[in-house]
Design a protein around this ligand. Structure first.
Ligand SMILES: NC(=O)c1ccc[n+]([C@@H]2O[C@H](COP(=O)([O-])OP(=O)(O)OC[C@H]3O[C@@H](n4cnc5c(N)ncnc54)[C@H](O)[C@@H]3O)[C@@H](O)[C@H]2O)c1
Ligand SMILES: [Zn+2]
Length: 365
């Protein structure tokens, strides 16, 4: 039996549907037609995802009457850059993509961000359909309208806000994801439980088996909750001026770890997992949370094979990285902390001296 849930996501005056379920890839064309799209679709995907899922999407689009063109990019974060963007513009020109046409991103967050930026800028904006195929993309990058490519000096430096016309998340695509990639997406779901959804947190603790085995009802439950939470936060802060910052729980330390290890050692969710252990410790150290928070956070992360320690990195280098991070205000560091499971607060003026013991406890030197 096919499963299908529909959430309505609000972003300022805009509103778009998110479809979550099984068997949705084949129905992509039908769904887009139901949502008033017609004409041409430029599908952007990569060399890993194309052999798995392009044919079924393409066939459904054609059956629903769309004219389809495709761009297949090389796989990897390295290719989330201007050079590949040019290739997408070239394809858009070649197939004469028009104002009422759409770009469809079929893949993980890299494809979603790059194709999304192409859609935001081509003809000053054409419609964007997100078809996320990684867990991280389904719960995080496909929602909220942030699109970007990297510059060699830094991640996501060239970007825009461009809300999708629809998001179509087919849970069956997760079956081909490797275990490490699945867990990296789980870290963002665990984050939502820890900062804003205690029921999700309890579910993740209680239903570990079902989640690890990727049983569909369990996936629907956790993905739907994570999407609903992100959608709620983003709808109140579309252009990231305030509350949206809470989504960066665990990311201040996480980003520093990723940067310090050259973006090769950790997957994003792994770095965030370590960062969440650190954020819990810091919340405790500052007297904002009871000591049990540290243990409870570690238990859950470890239950999903996520790391909670830093192998011998320099604490002072990490603190310098945090000060450089654009989400941190100068001198005093800004941290997203948690007073208890399911709750969050923003602390603006954490002195660096408070961070060192936390990093040492995580294994930094
Ligand atoms: N826009 C946002 O708000 C936002 C939020 C979080 C992350 N991001 C961005 O998202 C990117 C990370 O996304 P990601 O974790 O999805 O990485 P990714 O897009 O690189 O995908 C991870 C790997 O899985 C492969 N893959 C994708 N779907 C698959 C499937 N169904 N089966 C097998 N393999 C599959 C990909 O080809 C890739 O090798 C980063 O560039 C990050 O900056 C953006
Ligand atoms: Zn993240």
């Amino acid at each position: 039996m096919a499963v299908e849930r529909r959430l309505l996501i609000k972003a300022g005056d805009e509103e778009y549907p998110l479809y979550l379920g099984t068997g949705l890839l084949a129905r992509t064309g039908e769904i887009l037609k139901e949502n008033g799209l017609t004409g041409k679709i430029l599908v952007v995907t990569n060399a890993t995802v194309a052999p798995l899922y392009l044919a079924v999407v393409e066939q459904g689009l054609k059956q629903a009457g769309f004219t389809v063109a495709t761009v297949i990019l090389p796989d990897g974060e390295t290719y989330k850059r201007i050079e590949e963007l040019v290739g997408v513009y070239d394809a858009a020109v070649a197939c004469r993509l028009e104002r009422d046409s759409a770009v469809l991103a079929l893949g993980g967050g890299v494809i979603g961000d790059l194709a999304g930026f192409a859609a935001a800028t081509y003809l000053r904006g054409v419609r964007l359909v997100q078809v996320p195929t990684t867990l991280l993309a389904q719960v995080d990058s496909s929602i909220g309208g942030k699109v970007a490519v990297n510059h060699r000096e830094g991640k996501n430096l060239i970007g825009a806000f461009h809300q999708p016309a629809a998001v179509i998340s087919d849970l069956e695509t997760l079956a081909t994801l490797d275990r490490r990639e699945f867990n990296t997406g789980l870290a963002e779901i665990i984050k939502v439980g820890l900062i804003g959804d205690p029921e999700l947190d309890r579910f993740l603790r209680r239903e570990q088996m079902a989640v690890r085995q990727q049983q569909i009802p369990a996936l629907v439950e956790i993905i739907q909750r994570a999407c609903a939470f992100k959608a709620r936060i983003v709808s109140g802060d579309v252009r990231e001026k305030g509350e949206r910052a809470i989504l960066n729980y665990g990311h201040t330390i996480g980003h520093a770890l990723e940067a310090e290890t050259g973006y090769t050692y950790y997957r994003h969710g792994e770095a965030v997992a370590v960062g969440m252990a650190g954020a819990a410790d810091l919340s405790v150290a500052l007297g904002l949370a009871a000591p049990e928070l540290s243990q409870a956070t570690r238990e859950l992360l470890q239950a999903y094979d996520l790391p909670v320690s830093i192998p011998g990195l320099s604490a002072s280098k990490l603190v310098s990285r945090m000060a450089l991070d654009k989400k941190v205000k100068a001198e005093k560091l800004r941290f997203i902390l948690s007073p208890a499971i399911g709750q969050v607060l923003i602390k603006e003026d954490v002195p660096p001296e408070e961070i060192f013991p936390v990093l040492y406890r995580l294994g930094a030197v």
